[in-house]
Structures are given as C-alpha cells and as structure tokens.
Design a protein around this ligand. Structure first.
Ligand SMILES: Cc1cc2nc3c(=O)[nH]c(=O)nc-3n(C[C@H](O)[C@H](O)[C@H](O)COP(=O)(O)OP(=O)(O)OC[C@H]3O[C@@H](n4cnc5c(N)ncnc54)[C@H](O)[C@@H]3O)c2cc1C
Length: 428
C-alpha cells in the first residue's frame, strides 16, 4: 500500500538480492527502480557485474520455496527454460568423511532446480520485468548517495541524480556503501573478514548418456583434506564441474592439471564422470571467496537507506547459501515494510544472517590456513564434538542425514539436532 512516504524506492544492483527486494518493494511503493552498472540481458548470459556467474550456483530447497512464494509458478518457468528438477533427499550424492551418505528411493519433498546461474538470474529477472511498477535502469553505475539533512534521499549517477524515499543497497561484494557513508560524515560499519583462501576452477561438459548423477559433492575435510569436487547437471544436457582448494591449494585451469587435481579427490567418482566427457567450455577460476560481514546493525544508519544480500553478508560459496540468504533478506524486508518500517531493519537482518554466517565461518575456521579463523569456545567445541558424532551416524542413517540437510538448507532451526531421538542415537 503506497503513501506519500512510499512513492519511489531505488535498488542498487539487479542481481538476485536486488531482484527479490524489488519484488517485495513493489507491493509497498508506487515505483521501484532497479539500477545496475551492467546491461541486464533477459537471456541467460554471464555478465561482468556478477563475475561469479560462470561458477556453479546450487539453489537450496529453502531458496526455491522463497522463489515460489514470491513468483508463483517460477518452477515451471525454470523447467521450461531447461533447468533440471531434483530432490535433495533422492538425488544428492554426498561424499563426506570417507563415506557416501545415503539417498532415499523416493523424493522427500526437498525440491529445487539445478541450472547455470545466468539461467536462474534471467528467469527471475523475466518475472520481475512483468511487475508493472518496477523499472530497470541498466548500464548506470551508482557513484554515491544523496543526502538531504540527515536522511538519504536518493542516489548519484555519473550524469544525474535520482531521488527516492528508500535506497536499498544490493550491490554485492563490490558495495561502496561503507565508503559513501564515511564520505557523508557517518560512521561506516565495522567489518569482520574470515578468508579461507579458497579457489574454484570450473568447466562445463556434455553429459554422456546415460548420466551417472544429477548432483554430487565430494567434500573437503578439515583440517587437512583441502580439496573438493562438485558436479551438477544444468540446462542443455551439460554438467558444470567445479574443483575447489582451500588455503591457496588452487586447482589448475589447464586441461591436464584440472584432471590431475580431480584424480586427487577423496573419491574417484568426480574424475570418472568427467575423464571421458567432452568439454564444452574453458576452465574458469574464481578466488574472491572470503566471508565478509558488515555490521550495519552496530551503527546509526541514516534514514532512507538499507543494505541487503552480499553487500552485507558475503559467504564462502562452498556452503551454497548466498542466494537463499538473499531470499531470506527479502522476507525480512517484507516483514519490516508490513510493520511500517517501525523496527531497525539492519538489526532484524543481522538476526537472520546469524545461522548461515556461523555455519560458513565455523567450518572454514577448522582449516589452519584460514585467515582470521575464529577459535571455538568450550560450548562450540562441545557442539562440534556432538555434530561430528551425528555426522558419522548420518553416513548409515538416512533419518539423521535428512535432519542435517534440512538444517543446512535453513528449512529447520539447528535445534532439530537436539531432538531426543537424535541425542539417543549419538549416545548409544
Ligand atoms: C564463486 C561463487 C560461487 C557461488 N555459489 C553459490 C551457490 O552455489 N549457491 C548460492 O546460493 N550462492 C552462491 N554464491 C553467492 C551468490 O552469488 C550471491 O549470494 C548472490 O548472487 C546474491 O548476491 P547479491 O545479489 O547480493 O550480489 P551480486 O550477485 O554480486 O550482484 C551485485 C549486483 O550489483 C551490481 N552493482 C554493483 N555495484 C554497482 C554500482 N555501483 N552501481 C550499479 N550497480 C552495481 C552488479 O552489476 C550486480 O548486478 C556464490 C558466490 C561466489 C563468489
């Protein structure tokens, strides 16, 4: 419902967080403008402003649920565009701590789609382009914020200014908002960085017939097993195959080195899948993977400005949480707007980010090579010992494995691990 105060909202960044925010804002503002430095194609193409777009992007079941809630029928649109539906209980092959975890014979309802990141983003963008009061302003870099009195009243572009009652920063890892705040005389947010110094190398392959799997992960194992392999079906009968190495153990980006690295993984299945498959792309590296959290909840944010998505909480990508966290940010925004912006948005968002941030940084900190690693306190140590025990059990116990999955996917709270049934399993 729009009021005098809700005539125009500007979103900086037309990627996942920005698109979902715009969808939510469109119910509360007369007009919403998404400004992006890139030209924003409606087709599925990688683009410069999202350098991670050639890397694999797994969509958690919770992330998919949020997409369906915001864009009913988006699953069909994804399917129509070539994305592959899958069930996390049935189709996810997961090698961890020396074992393959069990899968179910039938779907468990943890549904999602696997596709390339450009396909997912362009499908969401198409949905947003149908919202009548949302407009796109592509090819425009935001260079600053417009201050009037003590409030943010818009943005600065190279040639002009745009005014709005609310500016939402969704500009991702390259956000300039801390610097812009400082330039305007505000205190910038403190920042925490925990850098696992992880590198990815990714290549696409034509899927041999019949395919051996839909989605598989051979996991890293702290503190010493630094390497991982991830393989997923995507549109156009292709696999996206990614190797990862912690602590600067970067996978090579030439053919033979890539295969050798694949051979060194803890299980041969990834290597066997790609060894004879036909590559359909170059090998592309990505090393900007640090966990970075801006603590906007600790500063006095000027009225008229909020920040969401990776611009606030950028997570190590191995845990596959980022887009789901953007979805959760959109839900926080929805609740905040529904309550007439009466609470502190950044505090509510910080609450929502606690679990994914703790999970990613907690696991990354187990590698001695991680810069800024956090030492676990005695309670965290106890929790780790308990979850290690449950992880062992999960290797042969589908019920425990599914509880873990539901927690990791943010479908259930971590309390699910303290169900009396699981405690008994861990003890006896
Ligand atoms: C290697 C890698 C792999 C990943 N894998 C996964 C995964 O498997 N699953 C998952 O859920 N997440 C994954 N992520 C995280 C995911 O990419 C992000 O969480 C998600 O895209 C949400 O980010 P965002 O929309 O906040 O920012 P981004 O996606 O980074 O987009 C920022 C947007 O802002 C625009 N922009 C920036 N500055 C300006 C400016 N000054 N003016 C105008 N426009 C601007 C950019 O052009 C871009 O469109 C991965 C990330 C990386 C780095």
């Amino acid at each position: 419902m729009s009021t005098q105060q809700n005539q125009h909202a500007i979103v900086i960044g037309g990627s996942i967080a920005g698109l979902l925010a715009a969808r939510v804002l469109s119910e509360y503002f007369e007009r919403v403008t998404i400004v992006d430095r890139d030209q924003l194609p409606l087709t599925a193409e990688p683009r410069r402003g999202v350098p991670q777009s050639v890397q694999p992007h797994v969509l958690y079941a919770k992330g998919y649920q949020i997409l369906e809630a915001l864009f009913p029928g988006i699953g069909e649109a994804l399917s129509h565009a070539g994305a592959v539906p899958f069930d996390w209980g049935q189709d996810f092959l997961y090698f961890q701590a020396g074992h393959w975890t069990p899968t179910t014979e039938t779907p468990v309802g943890m549904k999602s789609y696997t596709c390339t990141r450009p396909l997912l983003e362009s499908t969401i963008r198409q949905q947003v382009s149908h919202i009548p009061n949302v407009e796109f302003l592509p090819g425009q870099r935001v260079i600053g914020l417009l201050l009037k009195g003590s409030e943010i009243k818009g943005i600065k572009l190279a040639q002009r200014e745009l005014s709005a009652q609310l500016v939402v920063d969704a500009s991702g890892r390259s956000t300039q908002t801390p610097q812009w705040l400082q330039d305007l005389g505000f205190t910038p947010p403190p920042v925490t960085v925990i850098d696992p110094r992880l590198g990815y190398a990714t290549r696409r392959y034509r899927i041999p017939n019949p395919p051996s799997c839909k989605i598989l992960l051979i996991s890293q194992e702290p503190p010493h097993q630094k390497r991982l392999g991830y393989l997923a079906q995507v549109e156009n009968d292709q696999w996206i195959a990614t190797l990862g190495g912690y602590g600067q153990d970067y996978p090579p980006i030439e053919h033979s080195g890539f295969l050798e690295f694949a051979q060194s993984l803890a299980d041969p299945m990834f290597y066997q899948a790609i060894a004879q498959a036909e590559p359909t792309s170059e090998i592309r590296a990505h090393r900007a993977t640090m966990n970075r959290l801006y603590h906007y909840e600790r500063i006095e944010m000027p009225a008229g400005l909020i920040a969401i998505g990776d611009s606030v909480c950028a997570l190590c990508p191995v845990y596959g949480q980022g887009m789901t966290v953007s979805g959760l940010s959109a839900l926080v925004l929805q609740r905040w707007l529904a309550k007439s912006k009466s609470a502190n948005f950044q505090k509510q968002l910080a609450q929502s980010n606690v679990f994914p941030w703790s999970l990613a940084t907690g696991f990354d900190s187990k590698f001695p090579t991680t810069k800024g690693a956090i030492a676990p306190n005695p309670i965290a140590k106890l929790f780790q010992a308990y979850t290690n025990r449950l992880t062992e059990i999960a290797q042969n116990d589908i019920e425990v494995h599914l509880q873990f999955l539901q927690m990791a996917h943010m479908l259930k709270s971590p309390n699910v691990l303290f169900h009396p049934k699981l405690i008994l399993k861990a003890l006896f």
